[in-house]
Design a protein around this ligand. Structure first.
Ligand code: ATP
Ligand code: MG
Length: 235
């Protein structure tokens, strides 16, 4: 069943939740002192660790401050951003890629949704995965996708990309290689320390810049530092 992304549902945690994502945005902004961090992708070791939730919240938090934010669902095997925003996935990234041209104006494409969660925030663009493709790894490793990312970089200030988990398929690797940095989500509900280490090493071996880890699904009742969020440098 489609789940609507709904901040008001969690009124009691509203402030804390926003604060967590604001802090995450601030940490990313500070990293830009050294290198440009314009395109950021989110991955994890296994399914269900919170990648889509974090991608969407992060895009929203960047849009609260900046104009020109694009969120892309690159989890072509298990798309879910459209469910969280309650939109159709009949058209999206795969359709844009199939008609890619030099003069593509992304925001004007009919496949692109324009979302605004609060009047005081800027709207941001969202591209869902679109028509199912039989070869996700090839699509995400293609010259077309690379060209699309080049165009997106010219047209947006920040690009946030939801990726599949790295432990199952290699799809997140080519996407990570086209991004300036990767956020690695680790759910505290999983007992997968070794798999996390292996997956992070695999990413690093291919030259991926891991910006940090987001520790998700922390049991806040047992944590002294408040809401379930931790940001650490994995380098
Ligand atoms: N911090 C959190 N605390 C509790 N539940 C959470 C938290 N973050 C995400 N969830 C819930 O966990 C489930 C999985 O989240 P989400 O879809 O974001 O994960 P995912 O890593 O994108 O999953 P998939 O690998 O299937 O794409 C959802 O039901 C979501 O609401
Ligand atoms: Mg997901």
């Amino acid at each position: 069943m489609a789940k609507r992304f709904n901040f008001s549902r969690r009124k009691a945690n509203q402030f804390d939740l926003n604060e967590v994502y604001r802090q995450l945005r601030t940490n990313i902004e500070f990293m830009e002192f050294d290198d440009k961090v314009q395109a950021i992708n989110i991955t994890s070791t296994t399914k269900n660790e919170g990648k889509t939730t974090i991608s969407l919240n992060l895009a929203r938090m960047f849009a609260a401050k900046y104009q020109g934010v694009l969120l892309i669902d690159c989890d072509l095997r298990n798309p879910s951003i459209h469910k969280q925003i309650n939109k159709s996935n009949s058209q999206g990234l795969s359709n844009i890629l199939s008609e890619l041209s030099e003069n593509l104006n992304i925001s004007y494409r009919e496949e692109v949704f324009h979302l605004q969660f609060a009047p005081e925030e800027n709207p941001f663009d969202v591209i869902t995965t679109g028509t199912k493709v039989p070869n996700p790894t090839e699509v995400l490793s293609s010259n077309r996708f690379r060209k699309f990312m080049e165009i997106a970089r010219q047209q947006y200030k920040y690009i946030i990309i939801d990726c599949p988990p790295i432990g199952y398929v290699a799809d997140a690797i080519p996407v990570s290689n086209l991004c300036d940095g990767t956020l690695y989500v680790i759910s505290c509900k999983e007992k997968h320390k070794k798999q996390v280490r292996n997956a992070v090493n695999d990413l690093k071996r291919t030259g991926v810049n891991i910006l940090g880890a987001v520790l998700n699904k922390v049991d806040i009742s047992s944590q002294k530092y408040g809401y379930g969020y931790y940001y650490g440098d994995e380098k």
